[in-house]
Design a binder for this molecule. Structure first.
Ligand code: SF4
Length: 415
């Protein structure tokens, strides 16, 4: 039986930003959930739950029963010619159920956070890359190059996770170089034991090309590259070359030219690996995008931004990106269980399988409120480095269905 008295739950796994922290402490009292101890702003905001009534299922903004909402969604989907399943903020079980449903209805699949993923795919599709893992960065990286702005606002405990007090192999002298950004107060606090420097840059890809040339032993003509003085780039190249395990990281979603940054960072790491050991550690992964992408690969052989039609699948990273696919879709199925993220503007029929606190500018045709994985029900999500799946536990008794349950009810199965 669930413990409904006030109690502390330790080692809670967090599924929000993709970093996969597994040491959260939360206070649970009945249906109320409050973070206890220090927690990042993202988790503090998304974990916090009050003991309030669940929102009502609705059709065109009018309350209806759960069964009526499921039935209406089924009617809309059965009449759809080109449905788009987007948002896709759900655990692996929710993604499985959506793919099962799309086996009958057809549809395009894309995740709300896929822009960074596909900027990175541009590099991996052309050249492949030598990617490292969170554990390797924690324990082995002695020089970390952070390309672009401080990632901490999106990944609140990033440097705390990457720079533990006692790494297994990296030693005490760890360097962090920000190229094109400066660490904010939170990042600086987490990097208190590291040697931190930052270089402003106006053109990150150009600066990375110059760094790659310098690491490769070439002499460059010019005083600065990408807005960085040559002498500063030479110092960074020397630090990277002298590292026993250098790592280059960036957040593709935050960089307008993230595809070029990914490609040039990959080339830099390739060059470093001629003489030392190095890897890329691309950031991203909110709302289980990595899990959904893995699921697509297992089930269809294609990543996100894939259409299922007539029992076949077709991948097109431009045509099946949400913004473009919305132009051809007649029905939008928007899924967002981790956060109250409303659907994008759309003129066709809209079914929202969403977070209980979602606020709409325009009422969807059907709103099916669902629980959050890791709070209302157990589930599995993937960490941003793709290699670890994380089990999320339930913190309270669920009063709303999971995405998987809701989708099975839409399909007409047993919840
Ligand atoms: S950094 Fe990310 S995974 Fe860690 S607690 Fe914050 S939101 Fe959760």
């Amino acid at each position: 039986m669930a413990n409904t008295g006030k109690h502390i739950v330790e080692d809670v796994v967090c599924g929000f930003c993709g970093l996969g922290c597994d040491d959260l402490k939360v206070e649970v009292e009945g249906r109320e959930i409050r973070p206890a101890g220090s927690v990042c702003p993202e988790a503090a905001k998304l974990l916090w739950r009050m003991d309030v009534a669940d929102p009502l299922f609705s059709r065109l903004g009018s309350p209806c029963s759960a069964q009526e909402a499921f039935d209406e969604a089924r009617v809309i989907l059965n009449a759809a010619r080109t449905p788009l399943f987007a948002g896709l903020g759900t655990d692996v079980a929710g993604g499985q159920a959506l793919l099962d449903l799309a086996g009958g209805t057809g549809g395009v699949f894309d995740h709300a956070a896929s822009i960074g993923l596909f900027r990175n795919f541009t590099a991996t599709q052309r050249t492949g890359w030598l990617a490292t893992t969170l554990a390797e960065v924690r324990n082995r990286c002695d020089v970390l190059l952070v390309v672009g702005s401080d990632p901490t606002p999106n990944f609140g405990r990033l440097f705390e996770r990457l720079f533990p007090d006692s790494p297994l192999f990296a030693g005490e002298q760890r360097k962090v170089i920000f190229l094109g950004g400066t660490p904010g107060a939170r990042a600086s606090g987490q990097l208190a034991r590291a040697e931190v420097s930052s270089l402003p840059a106006t053109d990150l890809p150009e600066a990375l090309v110059a760094l790659t040339a310098l690491v490769g032993g070439r002499t460059l003509a010019g005083n600065s590259f990408g807005g960085v003085p040559l002498a500063d780039l030479a110092a960074v190249a020397a630090a990277l070359s002298a590292a026993r395990y250098a790592v280059v990281t960036w957040n593709g979603a935050e960089l307008g030219n993230g595809d070029l940054v990914a490609e040039r960072a990959t080339a830099l790491v390739d060059t470093l690996n001629i003489t030392t050991r190095a890897g890329v550690f691309p950031l991203g992964g909110r709302d289980n995008i990595i899990g959904l992408n893995q699921l697509m690969l297992w089930r269809l052989g294609y990543p996100l931004r894939t259409a299922i039609r007539g029992g076949a699948s077709e991948h097109d990273p431009a045509l099946y990106a949400t913004a473009q696919a919305l132009k051809d879709a007649d029905v939008l199925v928007w899924v967002s269980a981790f956060r109250p993220e409303p659907p994008p503007p759309f003129e066709g029929k809209t079914i929202v399988i969403g977070h209980a606190e979602t606020v709409f500018d325009k009422a969807p045709d059907v709103f099916i409120p669902v629980g959050t994985p890791g709070i209302d029900h157990a589930g599995t999500v993937f960490r941003m480095d793709s290699i670890v799946s994380l089990p999320l536990g339930a913190l309270r008794v669920a009063t709303l269905p999971s995405v998987a349950e809701a989708v099975r009810r839409i399909a007409g199965g047993v919840a």
